[in-house]
Design a protein. Sequence first.
Length: 227
Amino acid sequence: MFVSAHRVRRTFPNAGAADRANTQAAGSAPATVPGVAHDIPAWEQICLSTDRLCLRTPTPRDAECMHELFADRVVMHGLNREPASELDETRAMIEGGMDGWRTDGLGPFILETATDGRMVGQAGLMIFDTRGWTPSTWTRAGTHAQPELGWALIRAHWGFGYATEAAAAIRDWAYESRSIDLLVSLISPNNVRSQRVAERLGATPTETVTPAHTKQNTVVWRHRPAA
C-alpha cells in the first residue's frame, strides 16, 4: 500500500524540532527542546507514522529484537552484507545508525506496527560517497555526498507492503524536512523483492556500480526528485 504525503503524520516535540535537528547536523551546538529533558537530542524525538506503522529512531534497547533481522543470512545476502553472528555485532550496527542521526541528522527508523507495537524491521537514510559508493557523512563526502534510502524487514513480515509504506513515508519526510532534493536506493541485481519495492515507489534503475566496501555489483535506483 502506498502512503501519500498527506497521509503521513509527523510527530516532533514542537513545530521547530526538525529544523533544529537540521541545524545540529550542519555543525552548530546541540539543540535543546522545550518540554523534554535537555540531555535528549532532538533527533531522538523524531517519529513518523502511517496508517499501519510507527517509525521511530533506534535505541540500544532494540538490539535483541533487531538481531533476528541482522543475523538472518537470507536478509543480509540481499543487502550484500554478512549476517551478524553475535549480538554485539547487532549492537554495533544499531550504534552506527545512531551515529548517523548524531552527525548528519538522518539515519534508520525502527518500524513497528501501530496496533500492537511489533517490530517488523528498519528503513531509513544514510550518506554515500559516490566516488566509491561507500558509506560516509555529509562532511567527509562533501560535494560527492548522496543520501540513500534503504529498507530491510524481518522475514516473518515480508509480503504485507510494510517496506513500501515505510519507505514512501521516509522519502516524503526527507524531501520536506531535510532539504534533500534527490534520493537513490542501492539494490543488488539479485534482490527482486527490493526491486519491486523501488518500482512501487516510482524509482527507476540508472546505473550499475561496484561499491568499494562490498565489491558486489549494485544497481543505483533513482527516486523521483522532490516536487
